[in-house]
Design a protein around this ligand. Structure first.
Ligand code: ADP
Ligand code: ASP
Ligand code: MG
Length: 409
């Protein structure tokens, strides 16, 4: 019997009514003859509320206790959904991350999966159950509960799909597919029929919250066909796949943006060989993710290195750098908040050197200052003031004519 994995996000299980609706979609797949594994997120804004409760207690909660707290959200929705299925006469069983043997590294709040054998889930499926697994959570070797980072239930779903050999993984959410940009903020954002894994990976990494980046990474590595679709409407969603035929060769496929970016700048009287390595090794040891890095060593000027991190990592980054100031050998460390990152993504950029120029020119016309730039073969990112993030995203969406029907170039 073929297996399908269905993942329902927070809004899609946000009320009793929505849970019943999810159950109905699941029963349809069972009736079509599939064995079904369901992965759920916490109901509605539960995770946000739990984070807020912790912040009301302390400004620096321990990461371990945060994981203990946050993992409860998914356990509420998984059991309610299993009950909703049972009341309809379908046999269902819920499973936590540890019951499903989803093992992660020993990192709290942003753990990577290290193994998921799938045997426990398969056994429950073969016993005639619909398995309802908690998204977002795992267990370390030593039995500690971890979470996979915000939005991580998508990753649980794809990892389970790979582990049980599912035919496909469907992500049910509150939009009916992947759009050229976030439809909540960008006028004219258009639904894509399909998108390549690599483009989707860039969009997700650059802030398009519709999919957790690691979910896309696993789907690509394990060749799992992934679909994003609405949990309410029956409309066809967006397929994420190896190579898209009709729509390939577009220069820019999407615009992504991310708020709450902080730029840290470190200045040296005299840079030394190895200073860069030492800073970033120290930050990596504390699991502080660094994004855009710009080093400037020019004769006659003060050597500096600037890099961006997420706002929530700022206090830890400053603390770590200050503690090691002597060892790292820098004189000044400064930071700038209120920044954001706006990016254009598309696999057709590789052979189009004018794309970045066009992007900068449009931002100039919009009077949006560009503070940092980072490019790769398939994206250009700029750091701009957060106040102008949505303006920049809309302008670039228009500039690259993303709302128009795609044609091959
Ligand atoms: P879920 O709770 O189902 O996981 P999320 O809130 O994590 O849902 O993701 C869905 C949201 O992602 C949408 O409501 C939309 O605002 C946002 N989003 C951001 N970028 C995109 C995009 N390119 N296409 C579609 N949705 C996007
Ligand atoms: N509940 C978690 C969050 O809100 C995980 C998820 O929804 O994917 O981030
Ligand atoms: Mg999500």
């Amino acid at each position: 019997m073929a297996i399908v994995v269905m993942k329902f996000g927070g809004t899609s299980v946000g009320s009793v009514e929505r849970i019943r609706n999810a159950a109905r979609r699941i029963m349809q797949e069972v009736d079509r003859g599939y064995q079904v594994v369901v992965v759920v997120s916490a109901m509605g804004k539960t995770t946000d509320h739990l984070v807020q409760l912790a912040e009301d207690i302390t400004s620096s909660p321990s990461k371990r206790e945060m994981d203990m707290l946050l993992s409860t959200g998914e356990q509420v929705s998984m059991s309610l959904l299993a009950m909703a299925l049972e009341t309809q006469g379908y046999q269902a069983v819920s499973m936590t991350g540890w019951q499903a043997e989803l093992q992660t590294e020993k990192v709290h709040r942003n753990a990577r999966i290290v193994s998921l054998k799938g045997g426990k889930i398969r056994a429950k499926l073969d016993a005639g159950n619909i398995v309802v697994a908690a998204g977002f959570q795992g267990i370390t070797e030593d039995g500690e509960i971890t979470t996979l980072g915000r939005g991580g239930s998508d990753t649980t779903a794809v990892a389970i799909a790979a582990a049980v050999g599912a035919e496909r993984c469907d992500i049910y959410t509150d939009v009916d597919g992947v759009y050229t940009s976030d439809p909540r903020f960008v006028t004219g954002a258009r639904k894509l029929h399909s998108i390549e894994y690599d483009e989707m990976l860039e969009l997700a990494n650059l802030g398009a919250g519709v999919l957790h980046p690691r979910a896309v990474e696993y789907a690509k590595n394990y060749k799992i066909p992934l679909t994003v679709r609405s949990s309410i409407s029956e409309e066809e969603g967006t397929v994420i796949e190896e190579a898209t035929s009709m729509e390939s060769n577009l220069i820019v496929r999407g615009v992504a943006f991310e708020a709450d970016v902080v730029r840290l700048t470190i200045g040296y009287e005299k840079a030394f060989n190895g200073s860069l390595a030492m800073i970033f090794t120290t930050l990596a040891q504390h699991n502080i993710d660094v994004d855009i890095i710009v080093q400037s060593i020019v004769d006659g000027t003060t050597p500096t290195v600037s890099f961006t991190i997420k706002k929530e990592a700022l206090s830890e980054a400053i603390q770590v750098l200050e503690e090691k100031k002597k060892e790292l050998g820098f004189q000044v460390a400064d930071f700038e908040v209120g920044l954001s990152k706006v990016s254009i993504v598309g696999s057709g950029m590789v052979s189009n050197p004018g794309v970045a120029a066009q992007m900068f020119d449009r931002l100039r016309q919009e009077s949006i200052p560009v503070k940092m730039v980072s490019t790769s073969e398939i994206k250009v990112s700029v750091v701009v003031p957060q106040q102008q993030m949505i303006q920049a995203a809309n302008a670039l969406h228009e500039e690259f004519r993303l709302s128009e029907i795609e044609v091959q170039v």
